[in-house]
Design a protein around this ligand. Structure first.
Ligand code: AMP
Length: 304
């Protein structure tokens, strides 16, 4: 087993224009792991507090290919918690609150048995913590990181230092613009390559994504989801990364053509996440369903 993710396990409260989910399982690491596990086994490194609901543990333990040996339970701490509200278009959201909880303490311990991990995903967390964790994996073949506006704003120098140590970075278009001052995704992507990574994937929500790589550029539309299927987009970005990294780790590939295929798997995996609140849809997702939707996406996105 060689895919590993580190990031947050969160207690989320999500408002959409049509419904609200209070205190549900979320967090960058939870979404990534659930999404990746449909294709390949995945190891988790994260921490939760004494307030972490038993039902959340049961939901996460229900994914047979997620290894939770690296999930640290801290009885006297509080779990990371996040609240967000989506605007009418379901594409933009505002953060209502972020309670860092365990994120303000020392980071989680990495089990010795995980030190041979080769595909590492640093899901959203403080860049200093992402860098500390990255150092535990000297045998890595591919390291990819995520980040967001909060860290770009409050930990910019630390973020730039981390970007020099990873192979790839996954951000959305607004984050790419904030990071570079450039709105055009391809141009912003090129600036990001100057900061260190070999490739950058810029997600554009319902408008798909672009992959800017030192050896070329690839672009992909989003999966054509109808509005009544979009219940809650939370975690779609992390699920995209999970589906993408699982494809690379499962095939032990890191080249540009494999990355181009991998963003297709990421896109299709994420299309399931937004069909429910929390991890509910991913918990029911089978690899046969994923492959079937991948096939229909191949037909929809074909060019020429
Ligand atoms: P996404 O919709 O893919 O951007 O991810 C949403 C998830 O990220 C939610 O489940 C949150 O718990 C988690 N999250 C929100 N803010 C942060 C943050 N500052 N650091 C790490 N994870 C976060």
């Amino acid at each position: 087993m060689s895919l590993l993710v580190t990031g947050t396990i969160g207690i989320d409260t999500v408002h959409t224009p049509h419904a609200k989910a209070e205190g549900v399982l979320g967090g960058s690491c939870a979404y990534f792991a659930a999404a990746a596990s449909v294709q390949t086994p995945v190891r988790v490194v994260a921490a939760v507090g004494g307030d972490w609901p038993a039902a959340h543990r049961a939901l996460l333990e229900g994914f047979p290919r997620i290894c939770l040996q690296g999930l640290e339970h801290r009885p006297s701490s509080r779990t990371f918690a996040w609240g967000g509200r989506y605007l009418e278009n379901m594409n933009e959201r505002e953060t209502l609150f972020t309670e860092l909880g365990v994120l303000e303490e020392a980071g989680p311990r990495v089990p010795q048995a995980y030190s041979d991990s080769r595909f590492i995903f640093l899901a959203n967390s403080h860049p200093v913590e992402q860098a500390r964790l990255l150092a535990h994996f000297p045998k890595r073949r591919l390291a990819v990181m995520d980040t967001m506006d909060l860290w770009i704003n409050i930990a910019h120098p630390e973020l730039l230092a981390l970007m020099k140590q990873v192979d790839g970075i996954v951000v959305n278009d607004a984050e790419a613009a904030l990071l570079t001052g450039v709105r055009n995704a391809i141009s912003a992507g090129r600036r990001i390559l100057d900061l260190g990574p070999r490739f950058v994937i810029i997600k554009k929500g319902e408008h798909g994504c672009v992959l800017v790589h030192r050896e070329g550029v690839a672009t992909l539309p989003a999966y054509p989801a109808e509005s009544h299927h979009v219940i809650d987009p939370t975690g779609a970005g992390d699920s995209f990364a999970g589906g993408m990294m699982a494809h690379l780790a499962g095939n032990d590939r890191t080249d540009l053509p494999s990355l181009q295929q991998a963003i297709g798997w990421g896109t299709v995996t994420a299309s399931f996440t937004l069909e429910s609140f929390s991890l509910d849809r991913l918990a029911r997702l089978t690899s046969a369903e994923l492959e079937e939707r991948m096939e229909s996406f191949r037909r929809a996105a074909r060019v020429g």
